[in-house]
Design a protein around this ligand. Structure first.
Ligand SMILES: CC(=O)N[C@H](C=O)[C@@H](O)[C@H](O)[C@H](O)COP(=O)(O)O
Ligand SMILES: C=C(OP(=O)(O)O)C(=O)O
Length: 354
């Protein structure tokens, strides 16, 4: 199976393709369409590949008791959790408007469909790929339902175990092979010791034929850049217009300047990843010529005398001569013509040098 696939028309992910960056607006729009559009623009301006929302059909995502439970926190937009979520939920018409806006400015837009009805709606809306949010990753009927839409899938893995992720892979793979898995820890904000970037290595080993990515809820840029250096091919971060705003996710979000910086640093990092082979690079030749060291005589060495290590030393020398990493091979060999102390040992002056 190929390690790459087309997540949106003309945009491949995985393999050597650039890391796909999802700017997660989530519910940081405060229920306000104007802010939501501004945030799509921020994602576009920063160079993100996609702006993302969270779509729920509340009666399908929550049971009645969950909707009427009191939600009395500084981040709540209603007395019950249902009222709070309803306040933050955009209607279908508003989603069409947001999608048209994203299309008009030239950025992909999608959402995590947080229940099967929401997935049906996103499919109708024509998003290019479906995001599976962490709390649906172990929702096996949902996974099959979403996979059957035939759209590429980005599946997050907060709150899950490796055993569950193996199951997810086995369920999705035969139905829809265009999917990737993101390492994620569902804490807001996420402390560094809870990130576990090494899970990316575990996933790369466990699931070698799909792209692996990272969905981060930490503060700052370093950890996400580390994830990219470890092989994350999709990265998702929350964004906000103001970290001090009311809402559960603002503090774990990037502001527009940070998002721009993250993406430009990802692009630098990608250039820097380079080859798996270690070799002297063309750009190092100048330095090698100037300061690369050479074997030189530590004493006068007459022709025909077998050399010992104490007759040799290593210096920056003119002319450049025998490479120091092969100094052991000179032991016991003879020179064709004698050299004075401090002179370079040249390869073609070694009697038995082949
Ligand atoms: C696990 C999950 O859904 N996580 C989402 C994505 O990261 C979050 O944005 C939540 O929707 C948000 O933290 C919920 O906050 P409240 O409960 O205040 O609406
Ligand atoms: C909860 C979400 O993301 P994650 O699981 O990656 O944190 C989401 O996409 O709505």
């Amino acid at each position: 199976m190929p390690l790459e696939f087309e997540i949106a028309p003309g945009r491949m992910i995985g393999g050597d393709n650039p890391c796909f960056v999802i700017a997660e607006i989530g519910q940081n729009h405060q229920g306000d369409m104007k802010i939501a559009k501004q945030m799509i623009q921020v994602a576009k301006d920063a160079g993100a590949d996609c702006a993302k929302f969270q779509k729920s059909e509340l009666e399908y995502k929550f049971n009645k008791e969950a909707l009427i439970r009191p939600y009395n926190t500084p981040n709540s937009w209603g007395a019950t959790y249902g009222e709070h979520k309803r306040y933050l939920e955009f209607s279908h018409e508003q989603y069409y408007e947001l999608k048209a806006y994203a299309d008009s400015i030239g950025i992909l837009m999608t959402a995590s469909g947080m229940d099967e009805k929401a997935v049906d709606f996103l499919d109708e809306l024509g998003v290019s790929f479906l995001k599976v949010a962490s709390m649906d990753t172990n929702n096996l009927p949902y996974l099959t339902h979403a996979a059957k839409k035939g759209r590429p899938m980005v599946i997050s893995s907060g709150m899950q175990t490796l055993e569950t992720m193996r199951k997810v892979y086995e369920i999705v793979k035969p139905v829809n092979n265009k999917f990737c898995i993101l390492q994620c820890t569902s804490c807001y904000p996420l402390a560094p010791e809870n990130v576990h970037l090494n899970v990316i290595k575990t996933y790369l080993k466990e699931f070698p034929d799909i792209p692996i990515g990272y969905s981060g809820h930490e503060q700052g840029l370093a950890i996400t850049l580390g994830a990219v250096a470890m092989g994350a091919k999709v990265v998702e971060r929350h964004i906000t217009l103001d970290k001090s705003w009311k809402g559960s996710d603002h503090k774990a979000s990037l502001d527009p300047r940070e998002l721009t910086e993250l993406i430009s640093n990802i692009r630098v990092l990608e250039k820097a990843m380079g080859s798996y082979d270690k070799d002297m690079r063309q750009c190092e030749v100048y330095m090698y010529e100037k300061l690369g060291k050479t074997v030189v005589a530590n004493t006068d060495i007459p022709a025909g005398v077998p050399m010992t290590l104490d007759m040799l030393t290593v210096k920056v020398a003119e002319p450049k001569g025998y490479p120091p990493e092969l100094i052991d091979e000179l032991i016991g060999k003879k020179l064709k013509s004698g050299v004075d102390s401090d002179e370079s040992i040249l390869k073609d002056n070694i009697a038995t040098y082949s």
